[in-house]
Design a protein around this ligand. Structure first.
Ligand code: BGC
Length: 759
């Protein structure tokens, strides 16, 4: 409805008026033409809290913004593996936006964490597109249900900060579709964001802000996006190319160059139709925003309570040997580390929020005689003998030591990538020293991205708090003391060291060229497939209770493209406390089980289940075609490759708890491939006529093989169950069969190729 009205309005505008609409009026506001009913739309960062600047405005996170609730950052929220948490976040943000008269919130950021070192990983959800898409979709739906538009960012293949404004991401078509576009596709199709933000970088040599293939062909025509495309701030270099490419709005303000658009239309360099299309998007957004404005007030205390609640749902208990946690109220607890006083709870850059209040850990603990604090180390990377010694001495006398560690703000931010996965040396050193005098050590980490933990085997417990927002300390204390039973799980893998990480060899590219050399094998898709040891796998997370899984039931053991497939499993709380289990379903595919190289398993469904002690629940998942598909570069489409698969219920991406095998039939999609005698048999079989032909000649082939006495030999092949599908004859060209079967008339071959090549 807004689109139709927008079209009518655009028809009434002059060329100059239309050009003026295509760039912002100022840093965060769009241009207006009040007399035509086009009001300015106000946008604000950012993904985990409102960053509305009333005074001096900038997009680098420098100047102050209004006081707002600082919710946990995406890295933290994603660990909840709970779409309800994402929904609550979306709703909370929307309420804050409404009260501050903000129309569009610049988030969520759903880029894939390709490398642990991306400086902006804290703003993103996961290394897994299904999880990132699910969280993003729930967030956007909730935000927009309250009348605030989302700006889904940063579209696309913007996975690093190094040369973020000039680099060219070289991604295979398959990796682009399966990994990097996939989360965007899910959110666009399911949640219909009001706007999508075109990123700074180039893909296939073209800036995203000028990239019609991505902004129009894929986003609009394939996925049905009907909102507005906005540039990332200062990402447009050529106003005409942006309009032609499908980037409707250039941000921030650039009115000085609006005349370029006018001249281009007049000279014929830019079709007016394209300018009209851009304006229609902008006007429709303005109408939508105006219709959704409400005068409301915002309760900061309520916002804070929500921030605490979301953080509690997201903290991850990584290790808890000997049930060191929860802390025993009678024990003498020593808290070490500067992070207790100066919590790290959000990242730096355009998403930086002027938080309402951030109680320190001391304030949260209050007057508790059993808990004492020493600094031990500061926020810098300098080891202070005196402070360290004081901590070691105090640790000897304590029953338990809690180390509050993490990445200091200077080590991770928008605008630059991290250059090491290590924590500051002073922290690693002191943790080891403390461990030599005290065995009961818990390390709590506050960081936006993955870190190495060389001391992991020396401490009994580790809690990953990520950047947990303004309620960070309330949430941490609640988890440490057992008032909250932790239920977060890692939304990214923690490799042992940076060199192990999947993108290591090609990150962060050479000059402006960034080759995504690991292709689809990002994060756990790499580690699990290689059975490579990691510190903590994707999906890992402990609880103060225990869960057991049973009765995996998959409704059929054959799957054909187009069908749905139901899988159910029962989970039981076998411990003594109420808790939340995360049921993770992966589709597994052993190497060689299909003709396609696939990760050994991929997350396809998940659900968080709340259970009282002794209680059990059955979770039902419905799998669809996409759960089995890969991107076929020949057909330029998602296609289901036939083979033997497993439906797996996993504890994490490296540990299968229950599994059931299923056979998947090959889906044929015409790809324009030409068939002849040199086509490998395995490819011929993908074509229905080829399959028919092979079935027809198979008895003759068997007879020939039997005469060669090979049938027996292959039956005795050691490790036969591990034999790849394509071994031997199947990978031979058809010519081999022709030689084996001289009795087949020439005409049969001619007909076969003619019919197969007809499409
Ligand atoms: C960031 C965006 C942000 C924009 C506006 C850019 O530098 O990449 O994420 O929304 O600034 O502040």
């Amino acid at each position: 409805m807004y689109e139709t009205k927008a079209k009518e309005i655009v028809k009434t505008l002059t060329l100059e008026e239309k050009a003026s609409l295509t760039s912002g009026a100022e840093m965060f506001a769009t241009s207006c033409l009040e007399e035509k009913g086009i009001a300015s739309v106000f946008m604000s960062d950012g993904p985990h809290g409102l960053r509305k600047q009333e005074g001096k405005q900038d997009f680098m996170g420098k100047n102050e913004s209004v006081t707002a609730t600082c919710f946990p950052a995406a890295c933290c929220v994603a660990s909840s593996f709970d779409v309800e948490v994402a929904e609550k976040l979306g709703r909370g943000l929307a309420k804050n936006c409404q009260a501050e008269s903000v129309d569009v919130l610049l988030g969520p950021g759903i880029n894939i964490k390709r490398s642990p070192l991306c400086g902006r990983n804290f703003e993103y959800f996961s290394e897994d597109p299904y999880l990132a898409g699910s969280m993003g979709s729930a967030y956007v739906k909730a935000l927009q249900a309250e009348g605030i538009g989302a700006s889904l960012k940063h579209y696309v293949a913007n996975n690093q900060e190094t040369r973020r404004r000039t680099s060219n991401s070289k991604v295979s078509e398959r990796a682009m579709r399966e990994i990097y576009l996939s989360a965007f596709e899910k959110v666009v199709k399911e949640a219909k964001p009001w706007t999508v933000m075109a990123s700074y970088n180039k893909v296939e040599g073209t800036y995203l802000t000028e990239n019609r293939k991505y902004l129009v062909d894929i986003l609009r025509k394939e996925w049905g996006f009907d909102g507005m495309v906005v540039s990332d701030w200062a990402a447009v270099h050529d106003r005409i190319a942006a309009v032609k490419g499908g980037c409707a709005l250039t941000m921030p303000g650039d009115s000085l160059h609006d005349h370029v658009i006018v001249d281009a239309v007049k000279s014929g360099a830019l079709e007016e139709r394209l300018l009209d299309e851009a304006c229609e998007q902008i006007v429709a957004l303005s109408l939508k925003a105006q219709a959704n404005r409400k005068k409301t007030s915002y309760d900061m205390e309520e916002g804070h309570r929500l921030a605490v609640e979301l953080a509690k749902e997201s903290l991850v208990l990584l290790k808890n040997e000997g049930d060191l946690l929860p802390l025993d109220a009678d024990k003498k607890v020593l808290v070490v580390g500067a992070f207790a006083e100066k919590a790290r709870y959000q990242g730096a850059g355009s998403s930086h929020v002027n938080a309402y209040k951030v109680p320190t850990l001391q304030e949260v603990v209050g007057n508790c005689p059993n808990v004492s604090f020493v600094e031990g180390f500061g926020m810098e990377d300098s080891y202070d003998e005196k402070k360290a010694q004081e901590a070691v001495n105090a640790a000897k006398k304590a029953d338990v030591v809690v180390v509050m560690a993490g990445l200091p703000p200077i080590m991770e931010s928008e605008g630059f990538d991290r250059y090491t996965m290590k924590l500051p040396r002073c922290q690693n050193r002191l943790i080891t020293e403390l461990a030599s005098v005290q065995k009961n050590i818990t390390v709590v980490l506050e960081n936006g991205g993955v870190v190495e933990m060389p001391w992991a085997d020396e401490v009994l417990a580790i809690v990953e708090a990520y950047l947990a927002g303004e309620g960070v300390n309330e949430a941490i204390w609640s988890v440490l003391t057992g008032q909250t039973n932790p239920s977060g799980h890692l939304a990214e893998s923690f490799p042992l060291c940076y060199e192990d990480s999947s993108a290591y060899l090609t990150w962060p590219g050479e000059g402006n060229e960034v080759t995504y050399g690991e292709d689809i094998f990002v994060g756990y898709r790499n580690y699990s497939s290689r059975k490579q040891r990691v510190r903590f796998p994707f999906g890992h997370g402990l609880s103060y209770t225990t869960f057991s899984y049973r009765d995996l039931f998959v409704e059929r053991n054959r799957y054909v493209a187009g069908q749905t497939l139901e899988a159910r499993v029962t989970v039981e709380n076998t411990g003594k406390r109420a808790g939340k289990a995360l049921v993770q379903l992966y589709v597994g595919c052993k190497k060689g089980a299909t003709a396609i190289n696939r990760p050994v398993r991929e997350l396809r469904r998940f659900e968080k289940v709340s259970l009282q002690p002794g209680e059990s629940k059955t979770v039902i998942f419905t799998l669809d075609q996409r759960c089995f598909s890969y991107w076929d570069e020949g057909a330029h489409a998602f296609r289901v490759p036939g083979g033997d698969y497993t439906i797996e219920i996993c504890q994490d991406a490296a540990t299968v708890l229950l599994q059931q095998e299923i056979t998947v039939e090959d889906e044929y999609i015409a790809s324009g491939q030409k068939y002849d005698l040199m086509t490998p048999i395995v490819d011929v079989q993908k074509h229905p006529l080829g399959k028919e032909f092979m079935e027809e000649v198979q008895p003759m082939i068997d007879a020939v093989i039997a005469r060669m006495d090979m049938g027996k030999a292959s039956a005795q092949m050691p490790y036969a169950e591990e034999m790849p599908k394509e071994l031997g004859l199947l990978s031979e060209p058809l010519q081999t069969i022709k030689r084996m079967l001289p009795m087949l008339p020439e005409e049969r071959w001619e007909n076969l190729f003619q019919e197969m090549n007809e499409e």
